[in-house]
Design a protein around this ligand. Sequence first.
Ligand code: HEM
Length: 126
Amino acid sequence: MGENEIYAAIGSAGLERLCAAFYRQVPNDELLGPMYPADDWAGAEQRLRDFLIYRFGGPQTYIAERGHPRLRGRHAPFAIDRERRDRWMLLMNRAIDEAELPGEVSATMREFFEHIATFLINQSDS
Ligand code: HEM
């Protein structure tokens, strides 16, 4: 399955389940939790959800509200090393399991996230 077919397969409800499952874990994670805005968890969840809706072939609300994603630039303020990248993937892979998406969708998503997460590393391991 192609990345741009995911939205048609699972709709916004599927991506909402995924992002909710991801952000249920982040605040309690000792590595990642402190990196996120403590007073805007709902906003962070919404930004990720809208980005994924757009990126997976759905409506372009993210672009209308945030402009070009520029993911590397937007992550530049956060120190992302291999350890944090791997932790992000661990939580996202758990969220994918929890959201009980069709097998093909899960497989395409895991590959997509692995790729971008590696691309966002901007620090060597400390
Ligand atoms: C590699 C580990 C990663 C870390 C540590 C990380 C961390 C963060 C943090 C701290 C924020 C700010 C939260 C907010 O206020 O929105 C953020 C935003 C965001 N992240 Fe990540 N992230 C990672 C990987 C990814 C990946 C793999 C994707 C997408 C495939 C992604 C997509 C986004 C998006 C769309 C935003 C909101 C950008 C905006 O519109 O401002 N992140 N990330």
